[in-house]
Design a protein around this ligand. Structure first.
Ligand code: GLY
Length: 290
């Protein structure tokens, strides 16, 4: 049993020491809670959703409450879940005004139509679940940040955010799962699609589970999560699979980070640029980014 979670790139928001400590504390607490669930016998596919829901609750991270705001002033969120045992991928793309995008992705596991976008995702949340209640994910911090970006854009100085959250876990039965949730890049064009609800950003099978963060366009071009999982399935170690995949990302200075776990309980994380924030938990204790 093991899990690892990430909270996007440290550079995604306020980079003060206070924020760093707050992120470390939050990630450690969430990884510990998730690991406790694994110890109690919960399935990996339940635990990754549980951890991502907690990350979505925390306004320190760019997912759920505290999501980035798009160029038209609205928040649109994306999330996905992949069960490594069944190899079912489910997700929502650009859903609005709900508290937990990952929970809708979880409900969608039972459907034939498992990835829903925009209006349809909200319609499904409202009509087929009790999770569609209106929730405003904007925080004062994000609203102020959005206003700054509007000014930066006029000065052609706008930087995209690189935050997303995710969790991968191996349960007591040796099953794997991956979950990822994001508020996107911030100030993106309306209709832009994040990597987080694609197999480039979130992928799992019986051999390996991966969740990514970073610039969605780079992650999609590189097919990062699916590539790492495929390489591990074909016999690569996690380390070698990451090495080759991140080398390919270098061709265009791709900006990405990823966390992974394999069926033997090895965990690995890597980022192309400093610094992805993460924490992992197993019987030996908790580890965290510095
Ligand atoms: N990785 C999140 C995004 O680019 O939307």
């Amino acid at each position: 049993m093991k899990l690892i979670i990430h909270g996007g790139f440290f550079s995604e928001a306020d980079q003060s020491n206070e924020t760093k400590i707050a992120k470390q504390t939050a990630l450690k607490e969430i990884s510990l809670k998730g690991f406790q669930k694994l110890k109690n016998g919960a399935a990996a596919v339940e635990v990754v959703v549980f951890c991502v829901e907690l990350l979505e609750n925390d306004s320190l991270f760019n997912a759920g409450y505290g999501s980035q705001i798009q160029s038209d002033g609205k928040v649109r969120m994306s999330a996905s879940l992949m069960d490594g045992e069944t190899e079912k991928f489910s997700g929502v793309i650009n859903i609005q005004d709900i508290e937990h995008p990952i929970s809708i992705a979880q409900v969608l596991q039972k459907e034939d139509d498992r990835v829903l976008g925009g209006e349809g995702a909200n319609l499904y949340a409202n009509e087929k679940t009790d999770l569609g209640k209106f929730f405003d994910p904007r925080t004062d911090y994000r609203i102020a940040d959005y206003e700054h970006k509007k000014e930066d854009l006029l000065a052609k100085n706008h930087q995209a955010g690189k935050g997303t959250v995710g969790c991968v876990a191996l349960d007591i039965e040796g099953k794997l799962a991956a979950a990822t949730s994001t508020g996107g890049k911030g100030f993106e064009l309306v209709g832009r699609i994040s990597d987080s609800a694609t197999v480039a950003g979130n992928y799992a099978n019986e051999h390996c589970a991966v969740s990514c963060t970073g610039v969605g366009e780079d992650i999609v071009s590189n097919a990062t999560a699916a590539k790492i999982v495929t390489r591990v399935s074909d016999g690569f170690s996690l380390e070698k699979a990451f090495e080759k995949t991140f080398l390919e990302l270098k061709k265009y200075d791709g900006f990405a980070g990823a966390i992974a776990i394999d069926a033997s309980g090895n965990i690995f994380h890597h980022d192309s640029h400093p610094t992805m924030v993460w924490a992992s938990a197993d019987e030996g204790g908790i580890s965290c980014f510095n």
